[in-house]
Design a protein around this ligand. Structure first.
Ligand SMILES: [Zn+2]
Length: 139
C-alpha cells in the first residue's frame, strides 16, 4: 500500500468513530433518518454516501445502540432511528472521553485567538469545564 493510501485509511478509521458518535448524539436528541443525517454530517465536513451511512446505521441498530421504525415524513416513508438506553449510556461515557481528549488536544492553545465559531465556543467550554448550557456565557 502506498503511504498516501495508508494515510487515507487511517483518516477513515479515525473519522469513523467521530461519525458514529455524531450519529448517536443526534439520535439521542430526536429521530434521525439516513438522508437527513447525510446532510447533517456534510454540514460538519463529512461527505458520506448512502452506501456508507446506511451500513453504519444498520450496524448501530444490530449492536443495540439504535432502534428504528418506519414513519411518514413529508409524504415519504422513512426509517427513523432513535438511540436506545444502551446507546444513551455509551454516548454519555464517550462524551466524557471526548471532553478529556479535547482538553488535552487544545491545552497549549490560547482558545481566545480562535475565530468566533462554534469550535471556539466548544473550546472555551472544554477549557473551563463548563456544561453546554453555559455556552452563552462563554461568548
Ligand atoms: Zn451535528
Amino acid at each position: 500500500m502506498t503511504p498516501t493510501k495508508q494515510v487515507l485509511l487511517d483518516a477513515r478509521r479515525l473519522y469513523s468513530g467521530l461519525i458514529r458518535l455524531h450519529i448517536l448524539h443526534h439520535a439521542e436528541k430526536e429521530g434521525i433518518f439516513g438522508l437527513g443525517m447525510i446532510e447533517e454530517l456534510a454540514r460538519h465536513g463529512y461527505k458520506l454516501s448512502p452506501g456508507t451511512l446506511y451500513p453504519i446505521l444498520h450496524g448501530l441498530e444490530e449492536n443495540g445502540l439504535l432502534r428504528s421504525h418506519e414513519q411518514g415524513i413529508g409524504g415519504k416513508i422513512r426509517r427513523v432511528y432513535r438511540a436506545t438506553s444502551a446507546g444513551e449510556k455509551l454516548l454519555m461515557a464517550a462524551k466524557e472521553k471526548v471532553r478529556e481528549l479535547f482538553g488535552e488536544l487544545f491545552e497549549d492553545e490560547d482558545v481566545t485567538h480562535l475565530p468566533r465559531t462554534r469550535s471556539r465556543v466548544v473550546a472555551l467550554q472544554a477549557a473551563n469545564h463548563r456544561k453546554p448550557s453555559a455556552k452563552k456565557a462563554a461568548l
